[in-house]
Design a protein. Structure first.
Length: 205
């Protein structure tokens, strides 16, 4: 008689983003799909990718971003997370237990890298000029786009943001969330600012 293999314990932590209450990050105790990010803006691009297809089958799911062990899900306004969290977690667990890849990479890559760098850069610049800087101007700060190339966005902070201990919170929980919603092609955001030269410098640990 062959011995039964124990089913691996899969834990999932759900965290609604403070900067965007319509987005929830599901951090899984094992890899969902290596690499990424793989972004799906609707059911049609998700066709053929098992996990995104399952998630878009839930009423209220607007977009899905998968990267290694993190699944970030956006919802429509009128649906509450209390209606979605448990169902999303169940779909993720069920997919992992099948052993089938969660993402059809050929499809997702087309979604991620369909726009030229210049178009993505222009969209990000418009966001920074029209929304981001308008919001942080009240604190005397400013964010500038240094460069965008092949998924990497480089920015700099000046004014009240340079050297401010809250600058990384502003970047990671505010700017980054806004950027990824309009430009899912962005894989990494690099802060090129010399914060030590600011009026109230801080040192990242």
């Amino acid at each position: 008689m062959s011995e039964a293999h124990p089913v691996p314990l899969i834990t999932i932590r759900a965290e609604v983003l403070l900067a965007d209450p319509d987005t929830c990050k599901f951090t899984v105790s094992q890899t969902v799909h290596p690499g990424g990010p793989f972004f799906f803006g609707g059911p049609e691009p998700a066709a053929g990718s098992p996990l995104p297809e399952q998630l878009f089958g839930l009423a209220g799911v607007a977009h899905v971003l998968i990267s290694d062990n993190v699944v970030t899900v956006g919802k429509v306004d009128h649906v509450e997370w209390s209606q979605l969290k448990a169902a999303i977690g169940a779909k993720i667990r069920a997919q992992l237990l099948t052993g089938v890849p969660a993402v059809l990479e050929n499809t997702s890559r087309k979604v991620n890298w369909g726009r030229p760098d210049a178009e993505v850069r222009a969209a990000i610049q418009e966001l920074i000029d029209g929304e981001v800087n308008r919001g942080i101007a009240a604190h005397g700060g400013k964010i500038s786009l240094v460069d965008y190339h092949d998924g990497e966005l480089r920015i700099s902070m000046s004014g009240g943001c340079q050297g401010c201990a809250s600058s990384q919170v502003t970047l990671r929980q505010g700017v980054e969330v806004m950027v990824r919603r309009i430009a899912p092609e962005v894989v990494e955001i690099v802060d090129t600012t010399d914060h030590g030269a600011g009026a109230t410098p801080f040192h990242a640990r």
